[in-house]
Write a protein of this length. Structure first.
Lengths: 386, 249
């Protein structure tokens, strides 16, 4: 067993940390205040990330990406995750699913996404289909060789900024060993396609400046070449390529946990009450010990799952455990860090209240904590017929 | 024009260091180590000279334990072309390092040695000056502005009165100060390329240099904690205290 990082990985961490401190931290307060990232700032972050080679670091070198393995990518995501989401997500990791692009799709979607010319977003969730994605009502019916889309998606992250959508739509039903199930097809839909509209979403407590949107499809006609992968094989494409997405959530949670814990530790060593540093009170110091423990556990689980992903050994429940542990750890660590700061922890002068608010969504998106537990426990019980 | 950039592996500037219980030195077990920040600035300046077409090759050199290879890799990832490690696990004092660097200079024949004004571990601020003396080269220390052209370097030096500008003929030794530039972070492609760049390892004996310490560390102590100040009621009282208590007037 080897828990060490290579020299390159250490440097990668340093570079990403320097990038975050220089290119992202200085704009956090502005983004919080205005709840938006100025278009010039969007471009600036993307350009700097391209220069640093951090943009599309997840994509293979042969396609023009950074060619990082999953462990290295998690380390990069961990460092990026320290900064506000609306800023760090601009250091884009184009969805891995775009690697399923074939033929002309590669020049239209995959390569521009890697070069920072086009931004993708991914749409599965609907008002009536959240955790139960397969129950989606947004449909695509075949008309000649074309597909016609009708339906609605919501909670679609950064669709306001994206140039195209990776859309999952129901295309009929099939008999499976576990009953009748919907067949799903994945499409690439350009903004501006007639019948496709992006509407503002809800105002969220987490990740200010990072907007979710509603998508509406009405008689939206797509030629056959807009299908990503094969028709009716949407879940297969997703399973092939989206395995590491939960690790990305886990890794960014680790980054913010580190930041919160560092702030809290420094404060515990500085702040004096009752004639001594508050870190000398066991009520405070044991909190720090528990936070550290949670973080270390989550980090080991995440890097372990990433390592298994690199070995092509990662199971669904490995990623689920990492995502569950890291998002729950962040929630706890952010809350306790805030507590250690006392009243000041609540104030907008410090990044803590933001980290605390932002932490909340991590237990919900990319599969709620309950769904992760469902995945883990199904893997245990299904083989026993339960 | 070849540029030699000496880089030292030191305790990271963010680390809160602690003196060992036996006072023999600073505890560096399991402590994060990085490139000396002033050396990073020197390295950045060399890269800028290369980007401007003034320098043709940048050689990073470090003297120290095998792990100093990591520091050299960082220099390579920033943009140095190749690296030399003078490997030694002995304690290397400024004079020994200057002698080692002088031997490398003789071998490599650079026109410019760009180095940090001091290392943040023991803050000696001696190696550059000693190296210039050993080589019989001109030196410019505490450089915070620099232009290199036509066989000479024009260096703005930070001195107490302001910026003093001097011209030195090449070859020369320059030691750089904090405000010369802001070092870049290594880009991901350059980090990956650094692995393939050459890194030679030599021993002090190969260079014919005796590195035996000439100075002896007697004891290392924490600086005493700052005492609380006093408030004075008037200028008269201040002057009085400066005379009688502080003894500075
Ligand atoms: C800010 C934000 C951005 C998002 N971005 C995107 C995006 O870009 N693209 C996209 O497609 N989606 C996106 N989502 C959707 C996200 O993935 C869903 O919110 C998530 O899958 C949960 O679905 P839901 O909100 O409808 O909750 P529901 O599925 O309705 O769940 C409600 C509650 O029921 C619980 N529950 C549901 N089923 C079970 C079960 N079987 N066992 C136990 N408990 C269960 C859940 O855990 C939860 O506590 C985003 C969501 C948010 C909040
Ligand atoms: C919105 C707001 C409104 C307020 N309004 C008022 C007001 O109107 N009037 C007023 O007088 N005050 C007011 N306060 C102050 C409030 O009462 C204090 O914030 C509170 O007493 C905590 O003090 P502190 O924030 O300085 O934290 P600290 O006392 O510095 O505490 C920091 C951390 O150390 C812990 N700690 C401290 N001592 C110990 C110990 N002995 N053992 C274990 N742990 C310890 C604390 O539990 C906390 O986790 C307000 C505060 C807020 C946030």
């Amino acid at each position: 067993m080897d828990f060490g990082l290579s020299g390159e990985q250490e440097m990668l961490v340093e570079t990403t940390r320097a990038f975050v401190e220089k290119e992202l931290y200085p704009f956090e307060a502005e983004v919080e205040r205005t709840r938006a990232v100025r278009p010039e700032l969007v471009r600036q972050v993307i350009d700097r990330a391209l220069e640093a080679g951090l943009y599309a670091a997840n994509m293979p070198e042969g396609l023009g990406g950074g060619g990082l393995d999953t462990v290295s990518m998690c380390l990069v995501d961990r460092e990026l995750g320290r900064a506000a989401y609306a800023l760090h997500y601009l250091v884009a990791r184009p969805s891995n699913i775009l690697q399923a692009c074939t033929g002309a799709q590669r020049e239209r979607y995959l390569f521009p996404a890697i070069r920072g010319e086009k931004i993708d977003c991914l749409a599965m969730t609907e008002p009536d289909a959240g955790s139960d994605v397969r129950s989606m009502k947004c449909t695509a019916r075949q008309d000649g060789t074309d597909w016609v889309i009708d339906g609605e998606k919501h909670f679609i992250s950064h669709a306001d900024l994206a140039d195209f959508v990776i859309l999952f739509a129901a295309t009929g039903e099939e008999e499976t060993p576990r009953g009748r199930k919907k067949r799903i097809t994945t499409f690439l839909v350009d903004k501006g396609t007639p019948g496709f509209e992006v509407l503002p979403g809800y105002v969220s407590v987490s990740h200010r400046g990072y907007h979710n949107c509603r998508l509406r499809f009405e008689n939206c006609r797509l030629p056959a070449e807009q299908v990503l992968g094969e028709p009716h094989k949407g879940f297969e494409v997703a399973n092939d390529w989206l395995g590491a997405t939960r690790l990305q959530v886990a890794a960014t949670c680790l980054g913010r946990s580190h930041r919160a814990l560092e702030l809290a530790t420094d404060w515990a060593a500085q702040r004096r009450q009752f004639g001594q540093q508050i870190g000398k009170f066991q009520g405070v110091s044991f909190k720090l010990a528990d936070m550290k423990l949670l973080l270390q556990q989550a980090e080991l689980l995440t890097l372990w799952a990433a390592w298994r992903h690199d070995q092509r050994m990662m199971r669904d429940e490995d990623a689920a455990m990492a995502k569950l542990a890291a998002s729950e750890a962040l929630g706890r660590i952010a809350d306790e860090a805030l507590q250690i700061f006392g009243g000041m922890g609540l104030m907008e002068d410090l990044p803590l209240e933001r980290i605390w608010r932002d932490a909340r969504v991590e237990r919900i998106w990319e599969g709620t904590s309950e769904i992760q537990r469902h995945i883990i426990s199904r893997a245990m019980l299904r083989p026993l017929g339960a | 024009m070849k540029v030699l950039v000496p880089v030292k592996r030191v305790v990271d500037y963010n680390v809160k260091i602690r003196v060992k219980a036996d006072r023999s030195g600073v505890d560096i077990a399991n402590v994060k180590m990085s490139m000396n920040p002033f050396d990073e600035i020197a390295c950045e300046q060399a890269i800028r000279l290369k980007e401007a077409g003034v320098a043709t090759e940048i050689i990073a050199v470090s003297a120290g334990e095998p792990k100093a290879q990591e520091t050299l890799r960082t220099a390579l990832a920033m943009g140095a072309d190749r690296a030399i490690l003078i490997e030694s696990t002995d304690e290397l004092q400024p004079l020994a390092v200057a002698k080692l660097l002088a031997a490398i200079v003789k071998k490599e024949d650079p026109q410019l040695v760009l180095m940090g004004k001091q290392a943040i571990d023991d803050d000696s601020n001696q190696t550059g000056q000693m190296l210039a003396a050993l080589l019989g080269w001109p030196q410019a220390t505490f450089v915070s502005r620099l232009t290199v052209a036509d066989g000479q370097a024009e260096a703005g030096r930070e001195v107490d009165e302001g910026i003093q500008t001097i011209a030195v003929k090449l070859p020369a030794v320059l030691t750089v100060d904090l405000r010369l530039n802001e070092p870049r972070y290594a880009s991901l492609p350059n980090i990956m390329k650094a692995k393939k760049k050459p890194l030679d390892v030599v021993k002090p004996a190969d260079l014919g240099v005796d590195v035996a310490p000439r100075l002896q560390y007697v004891q290392v102590e924490e600086p005493s904690a700052r005492k609380a100040g006093v408030k004075v009621g008037s200028v008269q009282e201040l002057v009085q205290k400066l005379k009688t208590e502080a003894g500075v007037l």
